[in-house]
Ligand binder design. Structure first.
Ligand code: GCB
Length: 596
């Protein structure tokens, strides 16, 4: 089993630490709630009038002390935004805003001997520069993964304040790049926590089921890593329901490496969509107890088959953005996920492609409790700056952080590295490196990426992609019936010359809920319904088809979809409208999934 002991790529600010595994099980204080904010269009709170970073930036939280003082901002007199939350849907004037916003929150802190204070952000989109009591804690880029600072030396007893400069401007070299088909929600979009840990604490752990079945026994693989190389620390792992209580001791690196626990097969209930069994797991080190719920399952391929717990499975999937039902804002909690999951459930799904970036941890855990298999992806989307080493480091860091956060989630079976990337040597090199990294971080899951079929002259679609050597599952998006004539569907032949399972990671077309007409009339529910019928009939014939993920569960906001009266700023390829109305295609897919 691979364990991600390597430090994240890229220069770390002095205070940056690895975000602790299962942060919600630690001693934490939520720093969510109302944060004062103001917009800084010209970033004058950061740069002076010669465009040099200034020491007197807004992060010092200056206050007038004398009547003659000049201070041109005041956090405490400024309006507030709720955290977690995107700013776009909290203020009308921020709906289209892409730029810098400063946010501040006060908090109380009482130092205790032998304890450290970590400041954890679930995600900030896109760049965050974090200051505590006027001092910089660090800078982070990437909008969908957690990051954490050790702020013990920055906090003091009593009143403290944290200020974050958040910038969601798009840039060519970012991941994702300048263009993408979803809303660029800015802000502190996930939880902020102050985490109270001992000097030496469990930074990460890994517990999962081994693929090998030996006689009547199964093996659980267990590894653990402390935040520093402290030897001889005793850690007790308990899984009461399996009558496991075992003590381990850390080595000189502060690790418990590749330990194995044996369980009687008949006593172990495997996690699967029908019975998503999770076991209570406890890790005890000194006074610190970390509780988790962990499912045990295996995932592998055999030829063109996908095997869950050793048995072939067909993935009845759907793609979903992390955008709420009804209100169309960024999701950030289990309740937000619940509605979307119930919609996927009503379709008969057992699988969700979390597009196109890692979704929040609550959503992943909720999906796991409810028995959904998951595909989790990093936003290497369309045209990334393949030649830029910094862009690579950024993508790799997002990949590692995605894997690290969720490597104990049985629900996740596929790590996806990219979506619809244009072929070139530079791209192949970039994605090849990412694939090797993904494998080194986690060799217990499958790797894939949403590819494209090349050319369809004479109605022959051939999937030819150098990336196939790296993936376990061949996945591709196709839009026959939307970006190509629906009448072509019955004529299409598919050539996928790889001995690997095939997932159709996207197909679909738009319809405005409630708009009816002929099946040849674009945007009607009938058009979309017919498109689904034709596509399912066509896809069914693909040899080795192991799953389908139509695009998409619900209509979602996108700046690329302006058509008045129809799109109005929404990508309308949802099977549900943004208001939860089922479109006719919903029933076509539901019936097909019933037959699977
Ligand atoms: C795609 C993209 C997805 C888009 C979709 C569309 O191929 O992967 O992000 O939203 O097509 O609607 O065109």
């Amino acid at each position: 089993m691979a364990f991600a002991f390597a430090a994240a790529i890229g220069a770390k600010a002095q205070t940056e630490v690895t975000a602790p595994q299962n942060v919600y099980a630690r001693q934490t204080t939520l720093l969510n709630g109302e944060w004062n904010y103001f917009v800084d269009l010209q970033e004058q709170g950061y740069y002076d009038y010669r465009m040099n970073p200034t020491r007197w930036g807004y992060f010092i939280n200056a206050k007038m002390k004398n009547p003659s003082d000049l201070v041109e901002y005041d956090f405490d007199a400024s309006p507030t935004l709720h955290v977690p939350g995107d700013w776009n849907t909290q203020s009308e004037e921020l709906f289209l805003y892409e730029g810098t916003i400063w946010m501040k929150r006060d908090f109380d802190y009482e130092p205790r001997a032998g304890r450290r204070a970590l400041l954890y952000f679930g995600a900030v989109n896109y760049e965050a520069i974090v200051y505590v009591n006027g001092k910089k804690a660090g800078r982070h880029v990437g909008g969908f993964t957690p990051f954490c600072y050790d702020v013990t030396d920055l906090v003091k007893g009593g009143k403290n304040f944290v200020i974050v400069k958040i910038d969601n401007k798009r840039h060519k070299d970012n991941v994702p790049t300048l263009i993408f088909d979803w809303w660029n929600y800015g802000g502190i979009t996930r939880d902020v926590l102050l985490v109270d840990v001992p000097e030496t604490y469990v930074e990460d752990y890994w517990l999962g089921l081994d693929k090998e079945v030996t006689g009547k026994k199964r093996i659980l693989n267990f590894s653990l890593k402390l935040n520093k190389p402290v030897a001889d620390q005793e850690v007790t792992l308990s899984i009461p329901e399996l009558k496991i209580k075992q003590r381990f001791t850390t080595n000189a690196e502060g690790e418990i490496a590749n330990c194995q626990l044996s369980v009687v097969s008949s006593k172990l209930q495997l996690w699967c969509p029908e019975t998503p069994k999770l076991y209570d797991v406890e890790l005890e080190m000194g006074n610190e107890v970390i509780k988790d719920e962990i499912g045990f399952r295996t995932i592998e391929t055999r030829g063109k088959q996908l095997l869950l717990n050793g048995k072939p499975i067909f993935l009845k999937g759907v793609c979903s953005h992390e955008e709420t039902a009804y209100t169309s804002r960024r999701c950030n909690c289990a309740e937000d996920a619940d509605t979307l999951l119930s919609w996927a459930r009503s379709l008969g799904c057992n699988f969700i492609r979390l597009a196109h970036y890692p979704h929040n941890e609550h959503a992943v855990r909720e999906a796991e409790r409810q028995g959904f298999l998951l595909w989790s992806e990093i936003p290497v989307y369309w045209t990334i700056s393949w030649q830029n080493e910094e862009t690579y480091a950024n993508a790799e860091r997002q990949l590692k952080d995605m894997i690290r956060r969720d490597h104990n989630r049985a629900a996740i079976i596929i790590w996806s590295l990219a979506n619809e990337t244009p072929h070139s040597d530079a791209r192949d090199k970039f994605l090849g490196r990412l694939a090797t990294t993904a494998r080194s971080q986690d060799n217990t899951r499958l790797i894939s990426m949403a590819m494209e079929v090349t050319g369809a002259s004479n109605y022959v679609n051939r999937l030819q992609d150098n990336m196939n050597q790296y993936v376990d599952v061949v996945s591709f998006n196709q839009y026959i019936g939307w970006y190509r004539d629906v009448n072509d569907a019955p004529k299409m032949k598919w050539e996928i010359p790889y001995e690997k399972p095939v997932i159709i990671s996207e197909f679909g077309g738009g319809a405005k809920a409630g708009y009816h007409g002929d099946k040849g009339q674009r945007w009607t529910e009938e058009f979309q319904e017919n498109l689904y019928r034709e596509n399912l009939a066509m896809l069914e014939k693909i040899e080795g088809l192991a799953g389908t993920c139509p695009w998409v569960l619900k209509d979602f906001r996108s700046p690329r979809r302006p058509l008045p009266g129809i799109q109005d700023g929404f990508n309308r390829k949802g099977l549900f409208s943004d208001q939860g109305k089922r479109k006719k295609a919903f029933y076509v897919l539901r019936d097909w999934y019933k037959s699977k």
